[in-house]
Ligand binder design. Structure first.
Ligand SMILES: Cc1cc2nc3c(=O)[nH]c(=O)nc-3n(C[C@H](O)[C@H](O)[C@H](O)COP(=O)(O)O)c2cc1C
Length: 200
């Protein structure tokens, strides 16, 4: 046992879930989904990490609605057609007693400029310097829809008890305070931002 990390290989209880050790995989986009669907390559990728001993995998960004895409090969879960792929992925990592969280996500002003993508959205029409293109201010009505989309997926993941899927609400990659995600979910989902809440 490494003297600097004496608890590394000890289990940790997070809400109602026990993770077998404290080795967590952060979200790393692979661009390996196919039109949002889980592919065999993705199953292999995450299974290999599980086999290697990771206790908890946080998946790469997983979009909650169909209009805006972060990377063309991102994962999605905006309707039930995605669930069989997710079930396959979750079952694969569970073979190794590894837990997995989906990183629910909306790309906002970082959406990929796929032809047909509408003007990007942000908390105001002054996007950050790294916005993919000049955004417009999201409307209150759109925010209500987005909150619902995040919330519905929360419900989906909760209802998939057999898969033990849990969810994580994403605060935008840089966690910048002006991010749309932060803006969107700060009030509605703030209790989900910490690991202690993921399995409540
Ligand atoms: C290729 C690559 C893809 C990434 N994809 C995501 C992602 O999908 N979601 C996310 O929140 N962070 C993503 N990140 C950020 C990593 O999660 C982050 O780098 C990791 O947590 C390590 O933190 P550090 O860079 O502060 O050391 C990505 C980073 C890299 C290098």
């Amino acid at each position: 046992m490494n003297e600097y990390f004496p608890h590394l290989f000890e289990p940790i209880k997070i809400g109602k879930t026990t993770v077998k050790n404290r080795i967590f995989m952060p979200p790393i986009s692979t661009n390996m989904a196919d039109k949002g669907y889980v592919t065999d390559a993705l199953v292999e990728h995450y299974s290999a990490r599980a086999k290697g001993g990771v206790g908890l995998i946080v998946t790469e960004v997983t979009t909650v609605e169909p209009v805006y895409t972060y990377l063309p090969g991102d994962m999605s879960i905006y309707d039930d057609s995605y669930i069989p792929g997710w079930k396959k992925l979750v079952d694969a990592v569970h073979q190794y007693d590894t837990k997995i969280l989906a990183q629910l996500f909306h790309p906002a002003y970082m959406a990929f400029p796929i032809p047909g993508t509408p003007q990007l959205i942000a908390p105001s029409n002054v996007g950050p310097y790294y916005a993919k293109s000049a955004p417009r201010a999201v409307t209150v009505e759109e925010l209500h829809v987005l909150v619902q989309q995040f919330g519905e997926l929360h419900a989906v993941f909760r209802s998939q008890a057999e898969t033990e899927l849990r969810f994580s609400v994403h605060m935008r990659m840089d966690c910048s305070v002006d991010s749309l995600h932060h803006f969107i979910i700060r009030e509605q989902m703030s209790t989900a931002e910490t690991l202690t809440d993921v399995s409540d």
